[in-house]
Design a protein around this ligand. Sequence first.
Ligand SMILES: *Cc1c(COP(=O)(O)O)cnc(C)c1O
Length: 427
Amino acid sequence: MGFNAFSGAAGQDFSDLLRYTGERSEGRTADAQDCGAYSPEQLDAIVGPQRRWSWVEIDLSAIRNNVAVAKRRLSPGTRLMAVVKANAYGHGAVQVARTALSAGATQLAVATVSEGIQLRKAGIDAPVLVLSEPPIAAVPLLLRYNLMPSVYTSEFAVAYGEEADRHGLRAPFHLAINTGMNRIGVRFDEAVDFVRQIAFHRALEQVGTFTHFATADCAETLDFNMQLRRFKETIVSLRQVGVNPGLVHCANSAALLRYPETHMDMARLGISMYGFHPCPETRGYFDLRPALSVHARITAVNTPPMSEGVSYGMHYRSPGSVKICAVPIGYADGYARALSSRTSIIYDGHLCRQVGNICMDQCMFEVDLRSHGTHRRLDPHVGDEVLLVGAQNGVSVTIEDLCDVVGTIPHELCCALSLRMPKVYLR
Ligand SMILES: *Cc1c(COP(=O)(O)O)cnc(C)c1O
């Protein structure tokens, strides 16, 4: 069907020609796979940066440091829940979960059932909270893998309780309260009715009650205070009707660092565990260290004559006396196209301008060969390592720098940067 699209203007059909070349190349590929020259082990040993010269480095000692910073802020009896959703904000869920648990976290939070199962299959047995209510169809997975759901509809609660009951299992859950963010949760003034409505079910066990702040990271505190007041009042009313709310928690990173009155029984640490300040107000007060850096090796060095262009659209033209280095990282690796010509790449301890449009899988940067006062002349070669995010020799490019350019937050950039790039862990 698709081949007809290639018919020539004169009605000539090229489909036979196209099919013929396609079959030939497929045949060659199959031969190569079966050639027997390499054992599967040999091939599997060629990993990550050996397959492609770009990778993300995760410094687990930074995660340990950031967990310790949070722990010091909490009073000794308050538990710490490490939020490792979205593959630990791109840092690798299993590695981060293990590191956080060894550094003092006692519970984990994920966004999806599959993320929870991944932790269990890696042998992690700490309590795991799924931060929203999954489809009822996923209930057997919750029970089999001992994952606690957030609950806020009676349909789900009853289905969960009944399924557990059928197999003689408990059905532990955290009740999610909507105190004003209006994302998920039972509305604060309907919480008592909701709990009464599902209370008949013997397998259901309310082991926690939580809410989530929409503005804990904002300078303005009116909405934050309203949410906090509504949450506290809800907990009081639940207790007044004889409901044990279990572990009471509401703090995310911003609330954990800024507002000790939100700590209660447990705090949920996300973005600051990865080394990022939730807002400018916490800078200078807490020693958070980013765990993630982005690395690549130069794959090509060109010396285009003056006025020749570089990359799609040729928006950059060589001023002469520059070398243009290519690195194998592009917007499909989370290195957003909107960064084009608006960021730097660190080569040999120097900030070099990224130039030309960032492509899907590659991008280029400029090494200026004109002498810079006392600076030594840079001499880039294929295979030399560069830093796209990180610090070296007193210069740095941070995730926050990139966020300022593209108008986003570290959460989003970290997730995007890890989607295709291999990760290398430093212990
Ligand atoms: C993602 C998330 C967190 C973590 O928030 P950070 O701001 O990254 O600390 C905490 N609680 C809930 C419900 C979340 O969805």
